[in-house]
Every structure is written in structure tokens, then in C-alpha cells.
Design a protein. Structure first.
Length: 236
């Protein structure tokens, strides 16, 4: 069952850059999987798909990489520390759901989208710090990262590449912290699932992504953002 979930979510991540960790975390928790085991299961799968996207697309922005390392990763560590002290997931989930809903609606207007792009460009460092903090506390930073990418870019490949490189860095940082704090939790079946996630992207994800024209992709992406918002409300 978990392998089927990973494969399905890897296909979604093939399109949008997020999905395996963002959607897989609540699904596996509902199935009764412990939080630490959820991370050891999903992080390698998510990292595999992100790394493959970065290597194949080859549209990495050096400024984007520097921004994630400079602002998001340090705040990720702060968020992880805060998560041990208090539970803020329900409240943050509702706030992020509202932001996702607003973003999904506003991005359908080219005029408004251009204005949002200007605001996001001027405040990218602040937004990245917020993404790192939220991701460390709740594992929901991917939803904010998707909002940032859609605010900065209009082309579907640029959106996915921006999310992929940022998500890969955050996932790697999370694995390092997880390994230091809990010990190595990788198992053979986890590696097989990561391989299955990578194969899903290579065999199905790339073909289906290329088949989506830009206009249809924008509509599907907005629907995906609204679906994540509904999931966060349900979680809360």
C-alpha cells in the first residue's frame, strides 16, 4: 500500500515539484505510521525525484540555490527545534490553506500575477526564511515553496525546476538532521521505494509533463493548490 502511495505521489511531484512529502506525510500518519518512520520513508523518495528533475532539466539558477542555503536552511533548523517545543501544525495549516486558495485564484489573472511577481522578487529572502521555518515545524513548506515558484515564474518548466532544486536542498538538510538526532533509519525497502519513485518520474512523469500545454498546466496547478488547501483544512 505504501509503495502504491509513493508511486502515485511521485507522479504528482513529476508535474509540480512537490507531492511525495507534502501529501504523503498526512496519508501515512493516517495509516498509523510513526512520524520518524514517515520521514525516513518519504524524504529519500522525494529527494530522488527532485535530484533527477534538477539533473535532467538543467535550468538551475545559482541565485536560487544561494537563497535556499542562506535563508531557508538556517530557518529550517530553527523550525525543527521549535517543533520539539510546541505543536503549531493545525493553526499554521489553516493559514497556509488560506494563502494557497488566494494564490490559486490570483494567479489566473495575468495582471495580478505580474504584480505578485514584483512583490515576490523584492521579498524573496523573507519568503525563503518563512518557507524554511514552516517546513521545519510542520513539513508543509512545500506548499509555500510552490506559491513562491508560481509567483516568480510563468513557464511550467521554470516553476518545476525552481521547486525541485529548493526541495532537494531542504530534503537533504532534513535527512542530515534526522540522521544526527535519531540515527540512520534507512532500510532496504526504503531504497526500493526511492528507486520506484525515480523510475515513475523517468518513465511516466517526464512524458506526461511534456504533454501538458502551458494553459492546461496552469489550470491543473491552480486546482492542485486548492486541493492542498482543502487537505490542510481537513488536517486542522
Amino acid at each position: 500500500m505504501i509503495l502504491g502511495i509513493v508511486v502515485g505521489l511521485a507522479l504528482i511531484q513529476s508535474w509540480f515539484g512537490v507531492g511525495t512529502l507534502l501529501l504523503g506525510t498526512p496519508l501515512l500518519l493516517v495509516l498509523g505510521v510513526g512520524y520518524s518512520e514517515v520521514l525516513w520513508t518519504l524524504l529519500p523518495c522525494s529527494l530522488t525525484v527532485s535530484v533527477l528533475q534538477v539533473l535532467i532539466d538543467r535550468r538551475v539558477s545559482n541565485s536560487a540555490v544561494r537563497g535556499v542555503f542562506t535563508y531557508a536552511v538556517p530557518m529550517l533548523l530553527v523550525g525543527i527545534a521549535v517543533s520539539f517545543l510546541s505543536s503549531v501544525r493545525p493553526r499554521l495549516g489553516l493559514i497556509i490553506a488560506g494563502m494557497l486558495t488566494l494564490s490559486a485564484i490570483l494567479r489566473l489573472s495575468p495582471t495580478v500575477a505580474a504584480r505578485v511577481q514584483q512583490v515576490a522578487s523584492r521579498n524573496e529572502s523573507v519568503i525563503l526564511a518563512m518557507i524554511g521555518l514552516v517546513h521545519g515545524m510542520t513539513n508543509m513548506g512545500g506548499s509555500l515553496l510552490l506559491q513562491l515558484a508560481t509567483a516568480l515564474h510563468r513557464d511550467k518548466l521554470d516553476i518545476r525546476q525552481h521547486v525541485a532544486v529548493s526541495y532537494a536542498i531542504l530534503a537533504l538538510a532534513q535527512l542530515v538532521v534526522l540522521g544526527v538526532s535519531t540515527g540512520n533509519g534507512l532500510r532496504l525497502e526504503t531504497l526500493w521505494m526511492a528507486a520506484a519513485a525515480g523510475a515513475t518520474f523517468l518513465v511516466l512523469g517526464r512524458v506526461s509533463f511534456n504533454a501538458l500545454n502551458q494553459r492546461f498546466y496552469n489550470a491543473v496547478l491552480s486546482s492542485f493548490m486548492l486541493a492542498i488547501a482543502a487537505l490542510l483544512v481537513w488536517q486542522a
